[in-house]
Design a protein. Structure first.
Ligand code: G4P
Length: 531
C-alpha cells in the first residue's frame, strides 16, 4: 500500500447534470454549504453574482448571461474530499459537457419534480449509459407542485432505461408538502420551511409505527395515503442493490427541495456512502489502478483565454493514478516530451489556487502553451502508455464557414484549427477538394457564436456562417474496406472528411442513414469516432 492510498480512497469525483433550471446550481451551492466552503448568508445573497463568478470566464458568457464552460469545485465533507464537475447549464451546451462526464466516476442527476425528465437530461444520460456511470437522482422542488411520484419514477425508468430505487418518499408537494418518509429508518422526516435556506430547519423524525403522532403531524388522509403508498412501493420498486447501482443499472432516488435545504444533506450522505472511490481507467497496457500506480492523468478539456491579459490556455486533466507533485517531471506521451507541468492549479469557485500536490480522482488545470489535445496522456517519465481516447461526439449542427476578407487566409486557418484542437468545434472538408471550403460541426448551436466571436477577437478574422441542413453524421468504421467513390448514398447525403482524412457522411434525415446502409452491403457506420 502506498502512503497516498488513504488520500485517494477518500476522494469522490462526480458530475452534476440536469436540464437548465432544475436546480443544479442551488443543489451544488447547498453541498458547498454543508462542506463549509461557503456560508449560509453569503450563499443566498450573493447567488446571482456567485453563479457568474464560478464558471463564466468568457466575455460572451457575460454578454449572454449563460455559462458555456464547465468548472470544477472541490470541498471537504465528513472526511471525504469531493470533486464536483459542473456541466454547462444551457440547452446550447457543447461537447465539453459530454467530455466532462469522461472525467467523472459517477453522476448526480437533478430533476425538477414538476417537470420530470427533460431533453437535456436525456442526452447526457445517453453518455452516462455508454460509460456505465452510476447515476444518483435528486428529485427537486418538492416545495412546489410536483407530478405524481409513481409517474415520475416510471418516466425515469421508461425514458432513460434504468431501474429506480427510492431511498425516501415524499408526502405531498407544493403547499401540501409535509416532508419525506425515510425507507431505511422507517420514519417520517418533517419539512420545515427554512425561508429559502436562510436558516436551519428543525426537522422532526416520527416513526411510522407511531400512528397517533403521525396522524397528528401530517393529518389523517396524508397518513393513510402514505401508508398505502409505502406498501405499494415495497412491493413494486426494485430492491436496493449496491452492485447494480455501481454498474449503472439502478439509480437511487431522493426527493427534496434544494432551495429550502430539505433533504440535501441526507442525499449527500447516502450518495457518498454508495458512490465509488476513484475508478481504474483503461489504457493500452490494461487497467490502471489508482492507488497501485504512480502519477498518470488524461486531458479531458482545454479552455482558452481564461485570463484575457495573458491569452492563456488551460488544459484540464483528471488524475487517474498516484500522487501529483508540482515539482516532478512527467511525460506528455502524445507530445513525446518529458517536462514539468506549468502552473498547476485547482479551480475553486471563483479563485484559482496554485497547488503543490493532488491525488487520483482530482482534477487539475495546467498552463498549456498549445501542446495538449483532448485525450492526451501524462504519466511518469519512465512510463509510456496511453489512456483510451475520448470519443468524438457526433455534432448535430453544421455550417459552411466563409471568410469575409480572403487576404487573411493564414490567420483564418490557424484560428479555426486551434479552436478545433481545443475541441470546441469540429471541422470538415469537402471530400474531393482541399481546405478551400470548411464545414464546421458543433454539438450545441451556441458554439457557432463562440467561434465567430473568438475568430474576430483573438485572430482578427471576420467570418460568415451559412447554416447547412445536415443533422446526422456517421463515421465509417471499416473505412479501409470501403471505396468512397463507389459508395451509393441518398440524395440528401454529403461526403466529407475530417482533418485526419477520415471519411464521413452527413445526412439531413435519419432514415437516409438506414437507406445508405441498405444500399451498401458491408458498410459499417458509427455515431462517434474513437481515434
Ligand atoms: P440550474 O442550475 O439547474 O439551471 O438551476 P438553479 O439552481 O439556478 O435554479 C433555477 C431556479 O429554480 C432558481 O430560481 C432557483 O432558486 C429555483 N430553485 C432551485 N431549487 C428549488 C427548490 O427546491 N424549490 C423551489 N421552489 N425553487 C428552486 P430563479 O428564480 O431562476 O433564481 P433566483 O432568483 O432564485 O436566484
Amino acid at each position: 500500500m502506498n502512503h497516498y492510498t488513504e488520500e485517494i480512497n477518500r476522494r469522490r469525483t462526480f458530475a452534476i447534470i440536469s436540464h437548465p433550471d432544475a436546480g443544479k446550481t442551488t443543489l451544488t451551492e447547498k453541498f458547498l454549504l454543508y462542506g463549509g466552503a461557503i456560508n449560509l448568508a453569503g450563499s443566498v445573497k450573493g447567488k446571482a453574482t456567485a453563479r457568474h463568478a464560478v464558471s463564466d470566464w468568457m466575455e460572451i458568457e457575460k454578454e449572454r448571461g449563460i455559462s458555456v464552460t464547465s468548472s470544477v469545485l472541490q470541498f471537504e465533507y465528513g472526511g471525504y474530499c469531493i470533486n464536483i464537475l459542473d456541466t454547462p447549464g444551457h440547452q446550447d451546451f457543447s461537447e465539453d459537457t459530454y467530455r466532462t462526464l469522461m472525467a467523472a466516476d459517477s453522476a448526480v442527476m437533478v430533476i425538477d419534480g414538476g417537470k420530470g425528465v427533460e431533453a437535456q437530461t436525456r442526452k447526457l444520460f445517453k453518455v452516462c449509459v455508454m460509460r456505465r456511470i452510476p447515476i444518483f437522482t435528486f428529485i427537486n422542488k418538492m416545495d412546489r407542485d410536483a407530478n405524481d411520484t409513481f409517474e415520475l419514477l416510471d418516466e425515469i425508468e421508461k425514458e432513460l432505461g434504468i431501474a429506480t430505487c427510492p431511498l425516501n418518499w415524499p408526502i405531498g408537494s407544493g403547499k401540501e408538502f409535509k416532508g419525506v418518509y425515510d425507507r431505511e429508518k422507517k420514519c417520517v422526516i418533517s419539512y420545515a420551511d427554512t425561508e429559502k435556506g436562510t436558516r436551519e430547519g428543525t426537522a422532526t423524525e416520527i416513526p411510522v409505527s407511531d400512528e397517533e403522532r403521525l396522524t397528528e403531524f401530517i393529518g389523517k388522509s396524508a397518513a393513510d395515503r402514505l401508508l398505502e403508498e409505502v406498501e405499494l412501493l415495497d412491493g413494486a420498486s426494485a430492491e436496493f442493490d449496491l452492485e447494480q447501482v455501481q454498474a449503472g443499472n439502478l439509480t437511487p432516488v431522493c426527493f427534496g427541495s434544494a432551495l429550502t435545504n430539505f433533504g440535501v444533506e441526507i442525499f449527500l450522505q447516502h450518495f457518498l456512502k454508495m458512490t465509488t472511490t476513484p475508478l481504474p481507467r483503461r489504457a493500452d497496457k490494461g487497467l490502471i489502478q489508482p492507488a497501485e500506480n504512480e502519477f498518470s492523468a488524461f486531458v479531458f478539456k482545454i479552455q482558452a483565454n481564461m485570463n484575457k491579459a495573458h491569452r492563456d490556455r488551460v488544459a484540464f486533466m483528471r488524475i487517474c493514478s498516484g500522487r501529483f507533485d508540482a515539482n516532478m517531471e512527467v511525460r506528455h506521451v502524445q507530445g513525446g516530451k518529458v517536462m514539468r507541468l506549468s502552473q498547476p492549479q485547482q479551480i475553486m469557485a471563483d479563485e484559482r489556487k496554485i497547488l503543490s500536490e493532488a491525488f487520483a480522482g482530482d482534477i487539475i488545470g495546467v498552463f498549456d502553451p498549445g501542446i495538449f489535445s483532448i485525450g492526451d496522456t501524462i504519466c511518469m517519465p519512465k512510463e509510456n502508455f496511453r489512456y483510451e481516447g475520448i470519443p468524438t461526439f457526433a455534432p448535430e449542427h453544421f455550417a459552411r464557414v466563409r471568410q469575409v476578407d480572403t487576404m487573411k487566409r493564414k490567420q483564418f486557418v490557424k484560428g479555426i484549427e486551434q479552436i478545433a484542437q481545443e475541441g470546441a468545434i469540429q471541422i470538415f472538408q469537402e471530400f474531393n477538394t482541399g481546405l478551400e471550403e470548411i464545414i464546421v460541426g458543433v454539438v450545441g448551436v451556441l458554439q457557432f457564436d463562440v467561434l465567430k466571436y473568438r475568430l474576430e477577437n483573438e485572430y482578427n478574422v471576420e467570418i460568415r456562417l451559412e447554416n447547412l441542413p445536415y443533422e446526422h453524421i456517421r463515421w465509417i468504421e471499416n473505412k479501409d474496406e470501403v471505396d468512397m467513390t463507389k459508395l451509393v448514398g441518398t440524395s440528401d447525403m454529403k461526403k466529407v472528411k475530417d482533418m485526419r482524412g477520415n471519411p464521413l457522411l452527413l445526412f439531413v434525415n435519419s432514415w437516409s442513414v438506414g437507406m445508405t446502409l441498405e444500399r451498401n452491403e458491408g458498410l459499417i457506420l458509427t455515431e462517434f469516432s474513437r481515434n
